[in-house]
Design a protein around this ligand. Structure first.
Ligand SMILES: Nc1ncnc2c1ncn2[C@@H]1O[C@H](COP(=O)(O)OP(=O)(O)OP(=O)(O)O)[C@@H](O)[C@H]1O
Ligand SMILES: [Mg+2]
Length: 596
């Protein structure tokens, strides 16, 4: 075949292949145009998963009649005109490709009335042929109707999934768009069924209740109840939004939303920065939930970096990564128990905070069972002066002199060797002692920043491991040393341990060392450095923390409570489970039907 220039219609169809993958892509392009046109209210109607019909109606500025046909030409846009504009894009669209692409693969009609015009006009496109503009009745704004997607490209049509699947894509997309702009009203309908109705808030900051309500409609009450608000600025960057408490982690990443200057993105740099921010409080394999907005000087970010504009390029990516990571880490670190504060599971963002939940009821009932009472008196009679290495009993007298004054209150008993029962001003406090102690140890080790106290072993311990395991350990020797270990390879398959962190309890050190080594090897040694160090510390903390059924004295229990109050992130253990919970007096009263 000789070389030839393709005809325009074919060029449009090829371009459409990149932008228009499925009906949801059409909704995305049309709604983005509406947002760029300053719409306050956007209605999306679909039929048959958007394949038979996708209609988007807005109340934006509209298009003047004499520009209507132009809007349907390739490379025609009102949003940029020079390379300078391209370097600092403030609109969602800028390529002038969406409308001609959509029109080339569907039966297309646009009706629009510019705000300054007295009447509207419409243009139809059929098989790439743009018709003449006709007068049409329309309020200021624009309606675009796209019918029979891919009717002229049977090969593409075959790739479409079932109506339900395509509709699901559209719902998730409109949800994302609605999250991007809470000041705009969104409504999505399929036939006569409303799939999403998100009224506008006055500003993104709106009133707390209205914001929580709108957010809950889109991402669910569950998320909203466990969300921590984030708002942090530095120079030209601001991060705001909500992050889910670690204890509300999920198995999937479906509730992770990032918006850069109002544009929904799935950017690797941002995703990894958040993951890093959560690393201390999240079980591996679990996923945090969040809705986060990054607002940045548009000159510092390139949005023309991905065919579907899903990724962005920051001029200083390292700095953005650190900014995000630190903001998240700091917000999560704020979750230590504070006076008058309820643990994360109990704080709601709006009027929907959970009342006392069932499982807790049961746990309290269990505590009152005969065995629990026995454990209680045991602990009460235990010698309060008795001390152990890992739990210095410092603040005991302090809490005695002001019962309930400290946020976590005063310990009363130990239940089933697992939970500490304490009383504070608001009522009853329950602490998972292993989880809490593990957290305290971990944070303590991290704070020592590579200068951990060590204890020399009288007799060095040898540990047998596989060659590659020792290879991996030796490659990370610096971190082991920083954590307080002195390790040496004695033979290809033998490791000698001469010193261990002073924090490790004295008993059965060989077993502990083997545990820690095995635990870290299991995770694989291929992770990046920070992660490896933290996992090492996490494993040490877990193996050295007090274990279930170890009987604690009241002094030890109080010491643990005081340490928790001073420890960052003490609300969750290293695996993201809560370490304590509160049952208020009001809730106790309700349980016993007092005051009714
Ligand atoms: N709903 C709308 N309201 C007002 N003007 C619109 C609307 N939709 C499209 N336009 C006008 O039509 C032009 C072309 O739209 P199109 O989506 O093809 O390109 P774009 O938005 O400029 O860039 P991109 O291809 O990146 O989306 C826009 O620049 C805008 O001026
Ligand atoms: Mg556009």
């Amino acid at each position: 075949m000789p070389i030839r220039i393709l005809d325009n219609h074919l060029i449009d169809q090829i371009a459409a292949g990149e932008v228009i993958e499925r009906p949801a892509s059409i909704v995305k392009e049309l709604v983005e145009n509406s947002l760029d046109a300053g719409a306050q209210s956007i209605e999306v109607d679909i039929e048959a998963g958007g394949v038979r019909l996708t209609r988007v109606r807005d109340d934006g500025t509209g298009i003047p009649e004499n520009e209507l046909a132009l809007a349907l030409s390739r490379h025609a846009t009102s949003k940029i005109s020079s390379a300078d504009d391209l370097a600092a894009i403030t609109t969602l669209g800028f390529r002038g490709e969406a409308l001609p692409s959509i029109a080339s693969v569907s039966r297309f009609e646009i009706v629009s009335r510019h705000v300054d015009a007295e009447r509207g006009a419409s243009v139809c496109v059929d098989a790439g042929a743009v018709g003449a503009a006709m007068p049409a009745a329309h309020p200021p704004g624009t309606t675009i109707e796209v019918r029979d997607l891919f009717y002229n490209l049977p090969a593409r049509r075959k790739f479409l999934r079932t109506e339900v699947t395509e509709q699901g894509h559209i719902v998730r997309l409109v949800e994302r768009l609605a999250l991007s702009r809470s000041d705009v009203a969104f409504r999505l309908r399929s036939g006569s069924r409303t799939l999403l109705d998100a009224p506008a808030l006055k500003s993104r900051d709106g009133s707390a209740n209205a914001t929580a309500d709108r957010l809950a409609r889109i991402v669910g009450r569950e998320f909203v109840q466990h969300a921590l608000e984030v708002d942090h600025s530095a120079g030209p960057v601001r991060i705001s939004g909500w992050i889910g408490a670690p204890s509300a982690s999920r198995a999937t990443s479906d509730l992770q939303f990032w918006f850069v200057n109002g544009r929904a993105v799935r950017d690797r740099l941002l995703l990894s920065a958040v993951r890093l921010g959560y690393r201390d409080v999240m079980y591996s394999g679990r996923q945090p939930s969040y809705v986060l907005y990054l607002d940045i000087d548009p000159g510092l970010v390139d949005v023309n970096a991905h065919p579907q504009k899903l990724e962005v390029r920051f001029r200083d990516s390292r700095q953005i990564h650190d900014f995000v990571f630190r903001a998240i880490e700091r917000r999560l670190a704020d979750t230590r128990p504070a006076a008058g504060a309820l643990p994360p599971a109990w704080t709601g963002m709006g009027p929907h905070a959970t009342p006392l939940s069932m499982p807790l009821n049961l746990r309290v009932a269990e505590a009152a069972a005969p065995h629990g009472v026995w454990a209680m008196s045991e602990a009460l009679n235990a010698d309060a002066a008795e001390n152990t290495d890992s739990l210095p009993a410092t603040a005991h007298s302090l809490s005695h002199s002001m019962p309930g004054g400290a946020p976590l209150g005063e310990a009363i008993a130990q239940i089933h060797g697992i939970y500490i029962l304490a009383q504070n001003e608001s009522g009853l406090v329950l602490v998972d002692m292993h989880a809490a102690h593990e957290r305290v140890l971990y944070e303590k080790m991290k704070a020592q920043q590579g200068a951990a106290a060590t204890q020399l072993l009288l007799a060095p311990i040898t540990v047998s491991l596989k060659v590659d395991e020792i290879d991996a350990l030796m490659a990370q020797r610096g971190q082991w040393t920083a954590a307080g270990f002195d390790l040496e390879r004695f033979a290809p398959e033998t490791l000698v341990v001469r010193a261990v962190p002073a924090l490790l309890p004295r008993e059965d050190i060989p077993a502990l060392v083997r545990d820690v080594v095995a635990g870290v090897c299991e995770d694989g040694a291929s992770h990046h450095l920070d992660g490896a160090t933290d996992r090492l510390l996490g494993t040490i903390a877990c193996r050295s923390a007090i274990h279930a059924h170890r009987r604690l004295t009241l002094a030890e229990m109080n010491a643990l409570l005081r340490q928790m109050e001073q420890t960052p992130r003490a609300d969750q253990c290293n695996h993201g489970r809560p370490t304590w919970t509160q049952v208020t007096l009001a809730e106790l009263d309700r349980m016993f039907l007092r005051g009714r």
